[in-house]
Ligand binder design. Structure first.
Ligand SMILES: [Ca+2]
Length: 127
């Protein structure tokens, strides 16, 4: 049985959790605060979506991987914008089951922006 489970776990680890972006507003189009393009691992410190979690990833995990008003109203990265404002759901109305049309994401909810600014110095994150 172990021989059957180990390969499955290895594939799951290698792929990460691709469904998580579908559980948050604009999860597949969060801008990269370190330059152009998209930050694929919204809950991670690494752009590719693996390794340690960023503050938003920790809050998402602690909220049972659910987007709701509680997570929406948080400012996980402490940059002055709520997670909802950053992800284009400033009214906190988006749900996984009834996704609404949203404006584009304005920022990254897990990385204090602008990166390298005085207000973000305490985050320790560098591009
Ligand atoms: Ca924020």
């Amino acid at each position: 049985m172990l021989k059957a489970i180990v390969p499955i776990l290895c594939v799951a680890v290698a792929l990460g959790y691709p469904s998580y972006p579908s559980l948050i507003p604009n999860g597949f189009s969060v801008p990269n605060p370190c330059g152009g393009g998209i930050w694929r691992g919204v809950g991670h410190l690494a752009q590719i979506g693996s390794g340690p979690l960023n503050p938003f990833g920790m809050a998402f995990r602690d909220n049972d991987h659910r987007w709701n008003k509680t997570l929406c109203m948080l400012d996980s990265d402490g940059d002055g914008m709520t997670n909802g404002e950053e992800l284009g759901d400033s009214g906190c109305h988006w749900t996984e089951d009834r996704p609404t049309n949203l404006p584009a994401a304005r920022g990254h909810p897990g990385i204090c922006e602008p990166v390298g600014s005085a207000k973000c110095a305490g985050s320790g994150f560098m591009c």
